[in-house]
Design a protein around this ligand. Structure first.
Ligand code: GDP
Ligand code: IMO
Ligand code: MG
Length: 428
């Protein structure tokens, strides 16, 4: 029996979607534990691109069962839109193999509005959120005034619960922000229609995963965001609002921690960040000029289309995120993006400190210590075997393993499923 958590070790967008898709053909179940449609996971299958926001990336295989856990926040319109898009691509029977936990919280339009208003109110300190209402929805969850899927699909009580929540939210909108309130009736009608469509998907996710693990079936846990966006251990306050670490998988899915057998950490061969906050190894203007532009490197947010900021690989940061996730193995993604560079830098430490700093002020001040590695100046996109990689690329990968003190089991050299090098160790 093996279960594996796939988690991002940087600031998100490491390529988790591709990794989950790659491994999903060997598993029976794929589950998302946290986050919402702030996530954007891309899969390219023989040139055809799929972008997932809420639906687990395992859905493309007809044999996998997919789950959206109680620790997630679900925007009904976004979820139903995603389902519709998948149907148009011939992915059918989803009611039978995609289950949403009754405990997942529901995102409402007032969450989007408050997301925007709070960002505006923060001014210079704005987080640069995706604007999907994620933070305000999690805020309501812990303030105990949110609505869960179980509440949405219960026609007898939904109206009363929405009215109660809306009264509080309208007070916030009017008194705190001087904004117009939401009318109850149109919101109630809109969400009652969603409830009809969502009802067939709601089910006992927790029990299904428990049974699956008792029966020793393979389960893949699909992380969203990345370790440095974790609300507790990330680069606070420039983080998301959920537990993005491997530890969050147990609480987000309602499974016991002993059911997670392996943690696969996904890293880009460099670093990116979308949204605000420090990025210690951010490329200088002249370095950026040699880097494939955002269009070519696909460093545009999958969810918002914003440009991702780019930095060199930071292994001090990785040692920290490997530690807080208990990562066993690495998947190194987007090695091909470095193909054309004359030289490549790896940050091996910071001048000011030996540990990843806890405060923003300290993180802003750090100066990276770099090792400079020669580039390979040739395409790796067609390579499928580690031994066929250029000598310098092999040395780059080996140095990453050395600095991180754990082995890589996957190297990705292009967005397509096929563009993957599998290394010796068993991946699952
Ligand atoms: P996720 O959020 O971690 O699933 O990552 P995203 O899908 O948001 O962003 C990763 C982007 O890089 C997507 O456009 C992928 O198709 C693409 N990608 C993934 N792996 C590779 C790779 O090895 N090489 C290249 N060139 N692109 C990749
Ligand atoms: P995946 O799963 C990259 C970032 C936002 C912002 C911060 C807070 O595709 O890796 P939020 O809307 O969550 O309140 O925004 O977190 N962010 C992500 N960045 N990838 C993601 O998901 C992200 N999800 C949120 O850009 O800086
Ligand atoms: Mg993404």
């Amino acid at each position: 029996m093996t279960t594996c958590a796939v988690v991002g070790l940087q600031w998100g967008d490491e390529g988790k979607g591709k990794v989950v898709d790659l491994l999903a053909n060997q598993v029976a179940h794929v589950a998302r534990a946290q986050g919402g449609n702030n996530a954007g996971h891309t899969i390219v299958e023989r040139g055809k691109e799929f972008r997932f926001h809420l639906v687990p990336s395992g859905i493309l295989y007809p044999h996998t069962k997919c789950y959206i856990g109680g620790g997630t926040v679900l925007d009904p319109a976004s979820f139903l839109g995603e389902i519709e898009g998948l149907k148009q691509h011939g992915i059918v029977n989803m009611e039978k193999r995609l289950m949403i936990s009754a405990y997942a919280h529901v995102v409402f339009p007032y969450h989007w509005r408050i997301d925007t208003l709070l960002e505006r109110a923060k001014g210079e300190g704005a987080v640069g959120t995706t604007g999907r209402g994620i933070g305000p929805c999690y805020t309501d969850k812990v303030s105990r005034c949110g609505l869960r899927m179980a509440d949405l699909v219960d026609a007898d009580f939904f109206g009363a619960k929405l009215e109660r929540a809306l009264t509080l939210k309208n007070q916030e909108l009017e008194k705190l922000y001087g904004e117009p309130p939401f009318d109850f009736l149109p919101l109630f009608e809109e969400y009652s229609l969603y409830a009809e469509k969502l009802r067939p998907f709601v089910g006992p996710v927790e029990e299904c995963l428990y049974r699956a693990s008792q029966n020793k079936e393979n389960i893949l846990f699909e992380g969203a965001q990345g370790a440095l966006l974790d609300v507790t251990f990330g680069s606070y306050p420039f983080v998301t609002s959920s537990q993005t670490l491997a530890g969050g998988i147990a609480s987000g899915l309602g499974i016991g921690p002993s059911r997670i057998h392996k943690v696969l950490g996904v890293v880009k061969a460099y670093t990116t960040r979308v949204g605000h906050g420090p990025l210690p190894t951010e490329l200088k203007e002249h370095e950026l000029a040699h880097f494939p532009d955002h269009g070519a490197s696909r460093e545009l947010g999958t969810t918002t289309g914003r440009k991702r900021r780019i930095g060199w690989l930071d292994t001090l940061l990785l040692r920290h995120t490997i530690c807080i996730n208990g990562v066993d193995q690495l998947a190194i993604m987007k090695l091909d993006i470095l193909d054309g560079l004359d030289e490549i830098k790896i940050c091996v430490g910071y001048k000011q400190c030996t540990r990843f700093p806890a405060t923003l002020e300290a993180l802003k001040e750090v100066e990276p210590i770099y090792e400079i590695h020669p580039g390979w100046k040739q395409s790796t996109k067609q390579v499928r075997d580690f031994s066929d990689l250029p000598r310098q690329a092999k040395a780059y990968v080996k140095r990453i393993e050395e600095l991180c003190e754990i082995p890589a089991v996957l190297i990705s050299v292009g967005p397509d499923r096929e563009q993957t090098i599998r290394l010796g160790g068993e991946v699952r």
